[in-house]
Write a protein that binds this ligand. Sequence first.
Ligand SMILES: [Zn+2]
Length: 325
Amino acid sequence: MKSKFMFSFVALLFGLLTIVGAASAQTITYKPSLAHKDGAMAYEHMKYLTYEIGQRVAGSPNERLAEQYIKGQFDRIGLKTKVQPFTYTSRGKQISSSNVIAYKPGKSAKQIIVGAHYDSVSVGRGADDNASGVGVLLEVAEVLKNINTPYSIVFIAFGAEEPGLKGSSYYANHMTSDEIDNTVGMINMDSLAVGDHMFVYGDEGEAGFIREQALAIVNKKKLNVGTNPGLNPDYPAGTTGDWSDHAPFKAKGIPYGYLESTNWEIGDLDGYTQTVEHGEVWHTPNDSIDFIENAYPGRIQEHLSTFSVLLTDLLKFMDKTSTSK
Ligand SMILES: [Zn+2]
């Protein structure tokens, strides 16, 4: 089947202009050796987004800088890349944001969407939420670039998640029914760095195959990743709430997987309270690399490395038929 990923000439031209414009946002240098150390590239991307750019509030100039940086990285990696602009209205004002999309062909034209939002709230630096997810997204895109994966992969950095899943909703609502049928699953990453424990979630029942395959990899590779224990009846074991970019895809009937670090055994048992010692870090001034490294030395590296290995293997070995029949 023909891929639904189409470049218009205008989009291509816009892309070329964006590359030129992004040159100054690419001053960071990558040592080739980093690409062979799990999580190392992800950490470099996270540092760039939080130290060089900082807060990335939806619609702000900094969110555009982050968009250009991510676009520039997908281009550097060598993937077909485009920017999908969208607008939404907030308190009577029209806000402009965008999704950054990169396409990697696989053995099958059937596709998996892998996404992470790149905007942040207006406190802290959005290190955990969600430079960490974007870092792993970019690292895994680079690690897989020459690997013939079972499914084609659409990597998406979503804009404007924080004001209410604006980017992911725009993308999902503009998928044709053929595209939806052609999409095997959607894997979301949001806030990977600071939570006490690492988790993978998925749908209930057969549609939970992404979580099940991830947990099989966890078991085989002895990774320190679990799933929601289900202490709160609102969020049954193995699943999570509709509060991040997987939700608009789930609403279209696309099975989801979701990577996160948090703590389900404290607070309201809803996964919002991320740590025993410091409670919630996301959406607070503590959401910076400096705070997290000081409070939990080595945790960022451990988490980025673990999630990078897990997502890489998941995309390398994904087989929808093995657990859905
Ligand atoms: Zn987030």
